[in-house]
Design a protein around this ligand. Structure first.
Ligand SMILES: *Cc1c(COP(=O)(O)O)cnc(C)c1O
Length: 482
């Protein structure tokens, strides 16, 4: 297609200068924009019926990686197409996933669909984004002939997904902090069994917030940060979001042969997964409703019901049986609000950079047509309790012999209780084996585990234990640099 080269530029959600944005590879390694906002494409590329029909064929004949290339190439114009195709093929190589279809769908007997996103190496949906991010990082670092030190904090799923995606990449070193003894035994085994010179697991004597504080403290030391080229793979990275857009298309292409709109129920924490659904819908994918499911930590459900977004402190954040959704502040939410207020950068800066920081909440309930706006964007929300999740795990097992994890059970609970008409797809975000104790609580059975995970608890553990002390972590980073 001569003369139709797309130009895609990224701008900060807080930008009001009207200056032109940056190309993809510029923002790839950057994370936050310099003004504290998050990057978004200036506009979302539109996908028409013809493209969707072509993609249906692409997915059928060439598989998930080929579809990932089609979608991502609409957002990335500074990597040559052949290179981007190869990146997608490495990221979504069928042999890395428990199911070669990568993101297959299945239907339960009550009509609800499941989109299986946890077939990757760490058994949680974060692999879907992290695998692509790992390949993009390696490609761009190679092109710039440089390296990076990834410093992160995890309460479970992010850390293992990052490590499985980044291990063996010569230009990336990883230092991953986790709260000592707080992850499930399976999650600990997954991370600590990795035997790779470039990966350092650090167990901190504290809780997740202590880990995050250490990361923040180290990042605040500008000299140290520059010297060791400290970077992050956190959930605000646009490339992670982009990778997730692909599976919304994949689900629709597999389910809606007739072109009908379908709805998605998404177990949400940092609003990354469902933000990708919002992007897919904005591009023209026929999505009827985006059903946002939270657990007892219902900051997001509250916003969509009242118009007030009030973040919580860690003391107000409950530990639940769907721990990857135990958030008090949804780090990707700013992207959706930017669209909600019509990309008014000044407004977003005021809401997130001033009101939220100074008073801990903002209130959009008075905004004219707030309800209409939510309606326009297709959002409906609900939340689940521990008892709800146990009940859905039981019901799904009794009806269909299918085991779902407690995060997926959040989505299934809200999907089944909301009475949204038409086809509904619940996103499966982790394999049950990752959260076996809750499954056993619901069903009194041992959770079967895929053969690849056999015996991981017995492998030698690679982990360094430290106190709640940033200087100990700095020493580890510095020692590894010589
Ligand atoms: C991270 C995670 C979620 C929440 O996804 P967000 O993108 O943060 O909304 C849900 N379930 C599982 C298993 C996760 O690991």
């Amino acid at each position: 297609m001569l003369g139709k080269l797309p130009v895609v530029r990224y701008v900060s959600t807080r930008d009001s200068s009207g200056a032109s944005g940056r190309p993809f590879c510029h923002i790839l390694l950057e994370g936050l924009a310099p003004d504290g906002g998050l990057y978004l494409p200036e506009s979302y590329p539109a996908v028409d019926d013809e493209a969707l029909e072509r993609w249906r064929q692409v997915l059928r004949t060439d598989g998930y990686a080929a579809l990932a290339f089609e979608v991502t190439s609409l957002f990335i114009d500074d990597i040559p197409p052949d290179d981007l195709r190869a990146i997608c093929e490495r990221a979504y190589a069928p042999e890395k996933f428990l199911d070669p279809a990568v993101a297959p769908v299945s239907q339960l007997s009550d009509g609800l669909w499941l989109l299986h996103l946890s077939n990757g190496p760490s058994a949680a949906f974060k692999d879907m984004a992290m695998q692509l991010l790992g390949e993009l990082f390696e490609y761009e670092l190679e092109r710039r002939d440089t390296s990076i030190t990834i410093l992160g904090a995890t309460s479970g799923d992010t850390g293992s997904a990052a490590e499985y995606a980044l291990m063996g990449k010569p230009r990336v070193r990883v230092f991953m902090l986790s709260p000592q003894g707080r992850m499930t035994p399976f999650q600990q085994a997954q991370m600590f069994s990795i035997d790779d010179r470039s990966i350092t697991n650090i167990a901190v004597a504290g809780v997740f917030d202590d880990c995050q504080d250490i990361v923040k403290e180290i990042n605040a030391d500008a000299e140290f940060k520059t010297r060791h080229r400290i970077g992050a793979v956190n959930s605000i990275n646009w490339a992670r979001l982009l990778a997730q857009v692909v599976y919304y298309f994949a689900a629709w292409l597999q389910i809606a042969d007739d072109g009908r709109p379908i709805s998605f129920a998404v177990p949400s924490g940092n609003f990354g997964n469902i933000a990708a659904g919002h992007v897919a819908r904005s591009m023209g994918l026929p999505i009827h409703r985006l059903i946002l499911a939270t657990n007892e930590n219902n900051v997001l459900d509250e916003f969509f019901t009242t118009g007030v977004y009030r973040i919580r402190g860690s003391a107000e954040t409950q530990e639940t049986s769907s721990p990857s959704m135990d958030i008090s502040k949804a780090s990707n939410f700013e992207r959706f609000v930017a669209d909600l207020v019509g990309r008014d950068g000044e407004r977003v800066a005021e809401l997130f950079g001033v009101q939220l920081r100074e008073q801990g909440f903002f209130d959009l309930s008075e905004v004219r047509a707030f309800r209409d706006q939510l309606e326009t964007h297709g959002f409906v929300t609900g939340s689940s309790t521990h008892a709800d999740r146990l009940a859905q795990i039981r019901r799904t097992h009794e009806q269909d012999g299918v085991l779902i994890d407690p995060h997926t059970a959040d989505a299934v609970q809200v999907a089944r209780s909301m009475q949204v008409c038409g086809t509904v797809v619940a996103l499966e975000t982790a394999l049950p084996v990752k959260f076996a104790a809750t499954i056993t609580e619901a069903l009194s059975i041992d959770v079967p585990r895929p053969a690849v995970f056999d015996g991981i608890e017995d492998l030698p553990r690679h982990v360094v234990e430290v106190g709640r002390d940033a200087s100990a972590v700095k020493e580890l980073i510095a020692a590894a640099s010589v």
